[in-house]
Design a protein around this ligand. Structure first.
Ligand code: GLU
Length: 329
């Protein structure tokens, strides 16, 4: 019995040792393999296909870099910053305004303080703070949102803070003056069509699937102009004037482009992510910019120079190495 036990024990020890070695070998053999995840946004937004475009560029060169990038759909900017800093994501797409606030320890990061490990990689497409209202909601001007059911965005999204900022400028208290909902953008389009919300905010590049869906149903809808941009920029200088290209949504009830304000989508990472990984991603996107731009219509305006704008956290050393080599810095 004793003998049988020790044979079993020996077998177990060997199995453990063997498995341990196997694991180590796999680790050593896979030293050149790096798996990275890019946090994006809702599947009907532009971050999700943007993450797909970036991962496509880098995965094409798997044989040279050994990097396998995958994309995760998330709640958006604020979630992405926090997940990058917690080490749950290596990269994330983040609105330029949230990048600024996180690095300085403002707004959502007021209590936790400055996020010094946050690093900028490059900026991507412009995003407009967009409000779409149902025609039958009684919302014509922005001020008309008082008393209405408005989706300001789920916690963790970028638009939630933008909605609150602009309401402050208009003297609207989001906790008292409107019935605020916190839905994901993919749900918001359907809820508007179902008559369960009057309007929704979404800070997003154009064109995008959410507004295509929300303007194509039987309940007619229109974009609402946000005109108090001068006062907004005085209070929050990290925003810029912008507009919604209505031609992208032929079923919207607007006649022409709609005034609003906006930010830029930016790729962020942490100082803990190795330089060679960030270098490879930066290089592949910049060296294949013409191919990259074909992957989404919101990228049409991109130039290598413009992709260094809107970065307020320090540029990651790996990205900086590429920018110096390319003469961009
Ligand atoms: N700007 C949005 C956010 O940060 C996401 C937009 C998108 O997914 O394209 O939450």
């Amino acid at each position: 019995m004793k003998k049988a036990f020790s044979i079993v024990a020996m077998a177990l020890i060997f199995t453990v040792l063997f498995l341990g070695c196997e694991k180590k070998d796999e680790g050593a053999g896979a030293a050149k393999r790096t798996f990275v995840t890019i946090g994006t946004g809702g599947v009907t937004g532009v971050y999700y296909p943007t993450g797909g475009a970036i991962s496509k560029m880098v995965n094409q060169k798997f044989d040279s870099y050994g990097i396998k990038a995958t994309v995760e759909s998330t709640a958006g900017s604020v979630f992405n910053v926090n997940a990058i800093l917690a080490g749950d994501l290596e990269f994330g797409i983040v609105q330029s305004d949230r990048q600024y606030q996180a690095f300085k320890g403002m707004a959502d990061w007021k209590d936790v303080g400055a996020q010094d490990k946050l690093r900028a990689v490059f900026s991507i497409h412009p995003e407009s703070v967009t409000m779409l209202a149902a025609d039958d909601s009684g919302i014509q001007n922005f001020e008309d949102i008082k008393g209405k059911i408005i989706n300001i965005g789920a916690p963790g999204s970028g638009q939630r803070g933008n909605a609150i900022d602009i309401m402050e400028v208009y003297g609207i208290d989001w906790e008292k003056d409107i019935k605020a909902e916190g839905l994901k953008p993919a749900e918001a389009a359907k809820m508007l069509q179902d008559g369960r919300i009057d309007a929704y905010f979404y800070t997003v590049g154009h064109p995008n699937g959410s507004f295509k869906e929300a303007t194509s149903g039987s309940r007619k809808a229109h974009f609402v102009a946000i005109t108090e941009t001068d006062s907004l920029l005085k209070l929050f200088p990290f925003y810029a004037a912008s507009f919604i290209p209505v031609k992208e949504y032929p079923n919207a009830s607007n006649d022409g482009d709609v005034q609003t304000f906006g930010v830029k989508a930016t790729l962020c990472t942490s100082s803990d992510v190795p330089d060679d990984v960030v270098y490879a991603i930066t290089k592949e996107v910049f060296e294949n910019l013409d191919d990259f731009k074909k992957l989404h219509p919101a990228f049409a305006v991109l130039t290598a120079e413009s992709m260094l704008d809107g970065l307020s956290a320090p540029i990651h050393d790996g990205a900086m190495k590429y920018f110096k080599e390319a003469g961009l810095k």
